[in-house]
Design a protein around this ligand. Structure first.
Ligand code: PHE
Ligand code: NA
Length: 452
């Protein structure tokens, strides 16, 4: 087999995998999702989803990459010629995400800068939508350039720089810098947040269990959806990353470490975010339930307001947005590597060419999206990718491997040969039955909510 690039160290691989997993999903998606889906009671479906789908699928993706040593399309085609398209489907989804994900990182860069002197002023929503994004006046393209397009270009320069340097000298080095820094910064933020007045009310609201939600199918769909997105499963990422593992690598153990590290970060983010929301509720005389938000609204409208009310707002604002930038960059590198590896192997071109072509094309599309007219488009694309694209990708993947590959048992044996933890029948049951059923149900639920 070809002389494939490899990770320098086990820690390097783990940090890269964690870097992909830990992202905006942990910081702004998990807290709001958990809160809306039963608070403390959500941990039951969440843990169930982690153990029956998240970690088993992660083990499977690590096994595929490690055994077949190729980008996702190449690995699938080595399992069976007719499966190559499953890999391309996943690569295509990652490509689309990589055309809008960096825009959010670019906003975070500008907001880290705006933190000094809390430049968003008193009305953070108007500032974001009208002043910053200039949605109110979509003729002023020129004014967008320094505020959105420059930071976006900076994101691409950093991402393509590390990707161009390859696995060990590029991706591994980037994550060895970004992830430890992110953890330190985030711990500082969380400690600050939980010591703010009102923090405890926020935590109470977050952890208060609403057990009636447990019987709601939608809550279980939310739990599985969160786990898939959060662990970067079915995006071709983990297959690509594990294809650079040395022969002697403990697959199963690595999957457990990645899964638990990601969930720990998620829990930490939930605590930090809700402590901060509790503080804001106390400052503004509102109930915590009135200030809860997720996604773009949480990061660019609610958090600036919280930051303005905090002592040393410049410093903590900078740290908060820096953490979004670091978490975003490491995820962004991982999504882009899927098509760079795919193109490189399919067309037999050098890494440099694949980075220039693939990354260059994605960068140009992202510049177009960043234009204010692209913002609604961005929402729509994100919605369809997350409701259907990924669920379908996961479904194709488990059905192909569990039902159409020669034998799931071969995969199990491969993982068991190199791993300390030995997989048993439970693993095949999770992949062959539980996950496809859940993903099928998820698709139907999403379709149903589309129509009603
Ligand atoms: N896993 C990342 C997160 O939790 C999101 C992500 C999904 C990143 C797909 C890359 C690709 O934020
Ligand atoms: Na995550």
């Amino acid at each position: 087999m070809e002389n494939r690039s490899q990770w320098g160290t086990r820690l390097g691989f783990l940090l890269a995998a964690m870097g992909s997993a830990i992202g905006l999903g942990n910081i702004w998606r998990f807290p709001a999702t958990a809160y809306e889906s039963g608070g403390g009671a959500f941990f039951l479906p969440y843990l169930f989803a982690l153990l029956t789908a998240g970690i088993p699928l992660l083990i499977m993706e690590y096994t595929i990459g490690h055994k077949f040593r190729g980008s996702a399309p190449r690995s699938y085609s080595r399992i069976s010629k007719g499966m190559e398209w499953v890999g391309w489907w996943q690569v295509a989804i990652s490509f689309v995400i990589s055309t809008y994900y960096p825009i959010i990182i670019a906003w975070a860069i500008m907001y880290a800068y705006f933190s000094f002197g809390t430049q968003w002023g008193g009305d953070t929503t108007t500032f974001f939508v009208a002043d910053y994004l200039q949605l109110a006046d979509p003729g002023t393209f020129g004014a967008m350039v320094p505020k959105v397009l420059f930071p976006l270009l900076a994101v691409w320069v950093v991402v393509l720089f590390f990707l161009g340097r390859g696995i060990k000298k590029g991706i591994e080095v980037a994550n060895k810098i970004f992830i430890p820094t992110l953890v330190v910064i985030f711990l500082i933020i969380v400690v600050r947040a939980v010591t703010l007045p009102g923090a405890i009310d926020g935590l109470d609201a977050f952890f208060a269990p609403d057990w009636t939600k447990i019987t709601d199918g939608k809550v279980w769909v939310a739990a599985y959806g969160q786990i898939f997105f959060s662990l970067s499963i079915a995006f071709a990422i983990m297959i690509t990353y594990s294809s650079y593992l040395p022969k002697k690598s403990d697959i199963t153990n690595n999957a457990f470490i990645t899964g638990f590290a990601n969930s720990s970060f998620e829990l930490l983010a939930g605590i930090g975010v809700f402590a901060a929301l509790g503080f804001m509720a106390a400052q503004t005389d509102q109930a915590v339930s009135e200030v809860v938000a997720g996604g773009v609204g949480l990061a660019f409208m609610v958090f600036p307001e919280i930051i303005s009310q905090m002592p040393a707002s410049g410093l903590f604002g900078f740290l908060f947005f820096a953490s979004l930038v670091l978490a975003g960059l490491s995820s962004m590198i991982s999504i882009s590597e899927t098509y760079i590896a795919g193109v490189q192997e399919k067309f037999n071109v050098s890494r440099g060419k694949a980075v220039t072509l693939g990354g260059g094309l994605a960068a140009i599309i992202s510049l177009f999206f960043a234009n204010q007219g692209g913002l609604n488009l961005l929402d729509t694309v994100d919605h369809f990718i997350n409701s259907y694209g990924v669920a379908l990708a996961g479904l194709f993947e488990v059905v192909a491997i569990a039902w159409f590959a020669k034998s799931l048992k071969d995969f199990q044996n491969h993982a068991n040969e190199v791993s300390d933890i030995k997989l048993g029948t439970w693993w095949r049951v999770c992949l062959g039955f539980i996950t496809p059923i859940v993903l099928g149900y998820m698709m139907l639920q999403n379709l149903k909510s589309e129509l009603t």
